[in-house]
Design a protein around this ligand. Structure first.
Ligand code: NDP
Length: 435
């Protein structure tokens, strides 16, 4: 706390892990007295750099770029790039720390990292995005590589940005390698990668519901966000016969009591991914729905909640409201969307609650599958990738049960995910000595 007191999000992420992992360390001699968690919270390397680019009016703009290389005990650093004005060291260190545990849980050989910039892609032209991405990569390329560090997308970084970043990396290095994931299909991308985080979040919810003899079909679902993760979480819910009632962005949420069906979702995808519009425009197209400005969807009655927007978007009061409205399952698509108090509220009520590092790991897992396909110079079919994604999510769920089942039978998914993720990384670090 003394060293990182000015980094609240990072402290929050560490506190959540420490709550469950420290008691485990104390009970296990092989980890006790080795300062293993102290070593894990210190990034192996932190890079910060200047990103200059010229906007459409000819003015020179300056942003700050980052890459946190958190832990490489079990594989090359792996984790997304976020472009958002709120990006700072605290946010990226929290994301990189979570990534270490998440990547370990996938069972694939990936270390943890995260990066990005305080650049705001909103309202920028395609040319401006390209110039920014090229400038960003003109520094980052020195520090990454297919066996060193393999970035991917996150908030504000989708297929368009990955394309521009990859183009500049290839030019500077003069090599075509799997240095980024989330690539386009014709140049090294994997089928199902865009869908993977959202689909995986819903597969995880299915596994949780199954422990209670329940399914997704017929359930009312509220989803927050309307970006990559939210769109595909909604798509999978619709495919499985659930009713998706909400989507949101940073201006508010839309509530469609008739349900957002496949056709309406196709409209949202066009609106957000092609026209780069706002979710409020949904009600112009579908006037029976309403837009609630400045609020989050947690006040809508539901069975299942899927927070898929950003960190700390679900507070204790929201958790209480969800419970009062009968919500039985929360599967996080975003990273750390629930505050610690909200998490405790869900756990006290003993509802099904999965932290993002378990339930949203399908994205990075499929990135891992993209890396494998790049190494093999081979592409798996859609069905093959989806099958592997399902298996990985089921394995993560099993690991959570193995390490998280309490004496009364309640599955503490936070404890399960933290300890299962920790054990693999800690064992590798101990085997490799004090480095
Ligand atoms: P996108 O940029 O595609 O979408 C982000 C969505 O969240 C947008 O609807 C955005 O609204 C909303 N949002 C962002 N910041 C805020 C905020 N401060 N308050 C309210 N809403 C906000 O990002 P992704 O869908 O890729 O990422 C969403 C979450 O999922 C993040 O937490 C990310 O770390 C996590 N995640 C993503 C993975 C992936 O594969 N993409 C993998 C694992 C986790 P607006 O347009 O108004 O900003």
């Amino acid at each position: 706390k003394e060293r990182n007191g000015h980094e609240p999000e990072f402290l929050q992420a560490v506190e959540e892990v420490a709550e469950t992992v420290i008691p485990y360390i104390v009970e296990h001699d092989i980890y006790y007295g080795k300062n293993i968690l102290l070593r894990m919270v210190e990034p192996e390397r932190v890079l910060q750099f200047r990103v200059c680019w010229i906007d459409d009016s000819g003015e020179i703009q300056v942003n700050r770029g980052y890459r946190i290389q958190m832990n490489s005990a079990i594989g090359p650093y792996k984790g997304g790039l976020r472009f958002h004005p709120t990006v700072n060291m605290s946010i990226l260190k929290f994301l990189a720390f979570e990534q270490v545990f998440k990547n370990s849980l996938t069972t694939l050989p990936m270390g943890g990292g995260k990066g990005g910039s305080d650049f705001d892609p909103k309202g920028k032209s395609d040319d401006e995005i390209m110039r920014f991405c090229h400038s960003f990569m003109s520094e980052l390329f020195r520090h990454i590589g297919s066996n060193t560090d393999v970035p991917a997308g996150d908030i504000g970084v989708g297929g368009r940005e990955i394309g521009f970043l990859f183009g500049m990396y290839k030019k500077l290095r003069n090599e075509f390698t799997g240095v980024l994931t989330g690539k386009g299909l014709s140049w090294g991308g994997s089928l199902i990668r865009p869908e993977a985080t959202g689909y995986g979040t819903v597969y995880f919810a299915e596994s949780m519901l199954k422990t209670k003899g329940l399914g997704i079909k017929g359930k009312n679902v509220v989803v927050s966000g309307s970006g990559n993760v939210a769109q595909y979480a909604a798509e999978k819910c619709i495919q499985l016969g659930a009713k998706v009632l909400t989507l949101s962005d940073s201006s508010g949420y839309i509530h469609d009591s008739e349900g957002i069906d496949a056709k309406k979702l196709a409209y949202v995808m066009e609106l957000k991914n092609v026209k780069r519009g706002r979710i409020s425009e949904y009600v112009k197209k579908y006037p029976k729905a309403k837009f609630v400005a400045g609020k989050t969807p947690w006040e809508v009655k539901c069975d299942i909640a899927l927070p898929c927007a950003t960190q700390n978007e679900l507070h204790e009061s929201d958790a209480k409201m969800l419970l009062a409205n009968g919500c039985i399952c929360v599967s996080e698509g975003a990273n750390m969307p629930s505050t610690i108090q909200a998490v405790h509220t869900f756990q006290k009520a003993k509802i099904l609650y999965a932290p993002g590092k378990a339930s949203n790991a399908g994205g990075v897992a499929t990135s891992g599958l993209e890396m494998t396909q790049n190494s093999l110079r081979f592409n798996w079919t859609r069905e093959e990738v989806d099958k592997k994604l399902k298996e990985i999510m089921a394995n993560i769920h099993n690991s959570c049960i193995e390490y998280g089942k309490e004496k009364d039978g309640y599955i503490n998914y936070v404890k399960g995910a933290n300890i299962a993720g920790f054990v693999k990384v800690a064992d590798a670090m101990l085997a490799q000595g004090v480095v």
